[in-house]
Design a protein around this ligand. Sequence first.
Ligand code: HEM
Ligand code: HEM
Length: 178
Amino acid sequence: MNQAQPTATYVNKWSAISRLFHWVSALLLLVTWIMIFTYENTDDSFYIGLHKAFGISLLLWMIARVISRVFIKAPPPVPMPKWQQMISKLSHFALYALLIAMPTAGLLMSVYGGRAVSMFGLFEIPVFVTPDRGLARLFNDVHTDIIWNLILVFTALHIAAALYHQFIKKDKLINRMM
Ligand code: HEM
Ligand code: HEM
């Protein structure tokens, strides 16, 4: 009988598809941010176009991810105090909600501003609302002042938690997502 419970027994991987959804979401978030950062530093409208197209790609990716999350079971949580499990669940939920709300606000900002969104020149999302400068400004504020700051806070918390598990608790939590 194996009495000692090596911490490695806690590794209970997420499905390959869930892992793919996780890392491609993180990559799309990074690329979308790099595009707006480059735009702000070059003033070249090519990059804001790419910012929008990658942002919409993330929105579509997140919708597919939520559907897959409903159908594919998550692995059982690693042992941790109840309050930590609650915070983990809440912050994961918040990240899902924010990654959907952010591109939605961006899209609404654009179409209320009367601008169609080109998806890498392949097709266009037309202006499907009656343009309204007030609403365009509102969604601009929501996009840049509110949701973006929340994404920064929750992502920092998320990565700090992953590092805490890796280097302090040493419970191999990160391996579940690798
Ligand atoms: C998750 C996806 C997205 C992220 C993380 C994101 C992030 C950002 C950030 C950080 C800024 C700059 C804020 C600042 O100036 O301080 C910004 C600006 C902007 N975003 Fe997004 N964005 C996303 C999706 C979209 C989408 C889908 C669209 C439109 C279809 C869009 C349109 C814009 C526009 C037009 C600006 C410039 C606003 C201005 O200069 O006042 N974004 N975005
Ligand atoms: C260095 C970067 C990152 C690392 C090491 C990391 C690590 C992890 C790990 C280990 C899990 C699984 C936790 C568990 O099994 O209980 C997880 C889940 C999750 N991560 Fe990340 N992550 C990173 C970046 C991100 C980013 C940038 C986002 C989005 C902004 C994100 C969103 C999520 C979400 C929403 C879940 C929950 C998955 C679900 O319940 O379906 N992660 N992450």
